[in-house]
Design a protein around this ligand. Structure first.
Ligand SMILES: [Zn+2]
Length: 578
């Protein structure tokens, strides 16, 4: 923006301010807003999905939502009036499932990722180049005697030709050092040197919770499904633990990245422990954490807390995270029938139905809901059965319990209606669908695929869908999620027409799932999730109209301002504005 234009903008705000002040000298103290926003295109995401052009904020809450004429009654001598100049406003966005490692993954990474960025896939050549670079520079090398271990992350072999992780691919560039690389999510792989040191051969049995992949001759390929064998992992030298300062800095600076992307509430899915909860409370108390966090804690932490926590409407603990299986790409997802591309194998169970039913019942009695990681139809079945038992055992209505299936990726025809019946929330990640489209059909075949990533069918049944990214599995940008939910395409517009486009959401549904959906699963739909009188003033100003721009451009939206509780916690630097 040039100087003249900026000057005229400031003048116009001033004139507007003066005219409102003159017009409203009689405003009462109780009605006098701290800030008033006018001339916007505001999608309130209320029940009717109504629009407004103005709202007033006082003490961090919306006290009026309506039009420019109506908002005048809230403008007093000290009210700051902000002209939105026709820009679009949406409620603050939720990420209903995120691993809050923004700082550790982006600002201060400790384990290098072979991908250029999260959301991209690394080719074999790129993986080999990164390994060569690390061996030359020492990046990613673990402390210990020579030859040192190299530890990396981020491979995804389904886009390779052939689509298999093989130890020889690493041996070719790292014959002497042991190399261990995590998959981009769940699962890992190692080279021959690492297998040799660990003594892993064709005769090594599968570790608990994991599987050693072997080729047709029975030799280990180097790939591990879910948990890698202890013989190997115990040899990998750990990094020195992060200091308290580093952990806090990662959290504080990292969550500002989330705020800059338009997120105002994030749901932590990392089974946070009691000690870490205390740290986060302190960071809120000293004003360092600004984003709202809804935490999914470990079961023991919930029991130690004894009841749900709401710390100043900023930090919420009401849920417990657990796992029923692993991931689809790694073949850790638990299925009722064998994998289509790996006969005789059903995936890796984690907690069973009895364990989950017991936990869910006990937690429900002290006010917590469970949010269980479920990918395969077998895992979803286990969790749904367990939830049903907990509801029956406690005589609780499902809509009051709000148990959730985290990911809720593959269901069966029989289980789909049970979600609606039992009031179970589907916490889904639209980005996973457009990433998994590379291998989902190979893993499960066309029949099971009919009940996979079915957010459209679930919405039609009245199931509440809350969307998230599962960062750092997928990029944390919430506009990528809105784009994937609506288009079922990746950000290169592939596949043409979308992957199983019948399951796409409308833009309205996608925005609701990214706002009210998140608020609902954390029992905060009365204070968060929409722009309505009485709710906390969380909103995002964006330069284009989300509802009318071409769908393929939704992922490109960059917020100009993010507001949490009436406070602008992010404004896009002026020089970055076009
Ligand atoms: Zn996760």
């Amino acid at each position: 923006m040039n100087t003249m234009k900026r000057l005229s903008r400031i003048l116009s705000i001033f004139v507007l301010l003066m005219s409102f002040m003159l017009a409203s000298s009689a405003v009462s103290d109780a009605q006098e807003a701290d800030r008033v926003y006018v001339s916007g295109k505001i999608y309130t995401v209320d029940e009717e999905f109504s629009t407004a052009s103005a709202f007033a904020v006082k003490d961090g809450q919306f006290i009026y939502v309506g039009d420019d004429a109506g908002v005048k009654a809230y403008i007093g001598p000290l009210t700051f009036v902000f002209d939105l100049e026709g820009k679009t406003v949406i409620p603050g966005l939720h990420d209903a499932h995120v691993h809050i490692r923004y700082g550790e993954r982006i600002l201060y990474p400790r384990t290098p990722d072979i991908r250029a960025k999260i959301g991209d896939w690394a080719s074999v050549e790129r993986m080999q180049e990164v390994i060569k670079r690390c061996l030359a520079t020492g990046e990613g090398m673990r402390p210990g005697p020579e030859p040192r271990w190299l530890v990396l992350s981020g491979w995804m072999s389904d886009v390779w030709d052939p689509p298999e992780f093989r130890k020889e691919l690493i041996d070719a560039v790292a014959p002497d050092n042991s190399v261990f690389i995590s998959r981009y999510t769940h699962g890992s792989g190692a080279n021959s040197k690492a297998l040799e040191l660990a003594g892993i051969t064709r005769d090594t049995p599968d570790p608990p919770g994991g599987h050693i992949k072997k080729d047709k001759n029975g030799e280990p390929t180097g790939e591990f499904v879910e948990r890698a064998p202890r013989e190997l992992t115990r040899l990998v030298p750990s990094l020195p633990p992060m200091t308290d300062y580093e952990i806090s800095r990662n959290l504080v600076e990292g969550t500002q990245l989330a705020v800059a992307s338009g997120l105002t509430t994030i749901h932590g899915a990392s089974m946070t422990g009691y000690e870490e909860v205390q740290r986060r409370i302190k960071l809120y108390d000293v004003g360092l954490l600004r984003i709202r966090i809804n935490e999914m804690v470990r079961e023991d932490a919930a029991k130690k807390l004894g009841k749900p926590l709401n710390h100043d409407n900023k930090y919420f603990i009401r849920s417990v995270k657990a796992f029923a299986d692993g991931a689809l790409g790694s073949r850790g997802a638990l299925f009722l029938k064998e994998y289509s591309d790996y006969p005789g194998y059903y995936g890796e169970p984690r907690q069973n139905e009895d364990q989950i039913a017991k936990s869910a019942t006990e937690l429900l009695k002290i006010g917590f809901n469970m949010r269980i990681h479920c990918i395969g139809d077998g895992a979803n079945r286990v969790a749904i059965n367990a939830y049903e038992r907990a509801l029956e055992a406690t005589g609780t209505d499902g809509k009051k319990a709000r148990f959730a299936l985290e990911h809720c990726q593959v269901l069966t025809a029989e289980d789909v209606p049970r979600l609606a019946k039992l009031g179970i929330v589907a916490s889904m990640q639209p980005l996973h669908a457009i990433e998994d489209m590379h291998f989902a059909e190979a893993r499960m075949g066309p029949e099971r695929l009919k009940y996979a990533y079915i957010w459209r069918d679930l919405l039609d049944l009245g199931v509440v869908v809350a969307t998230g990214t599962d960062y750092s599995v997928s990029p944390y940008n919430p506009f990528y999620t809105l784009h994937a939910a609506v288009t079922r395409q990746d950000r290169d517009n592939n596949p043409p027409g979308g992957w199983i486009p019948e399951q796409a959401m409308t833009r309205e549904e996608a925005l609701r799932a990214a706002t009210m959906g998140g608020a609902y699963v954390m029992f905060a739909e009365d204070i968060l999730g929409s722009i309505e009188v009485g709710k906390l003033a969380d909103f995002v100003v964006i330069p284009v109209d989300y509802m009318t721009i071409p769908a393929e451009d939704i992922w490109k939206i960059e917020p100009e301002m993010t507001v949490i509780g009436g406070e602008a916690v992010y404004t896009r630097p002026v020089q970055a504005q076009k």
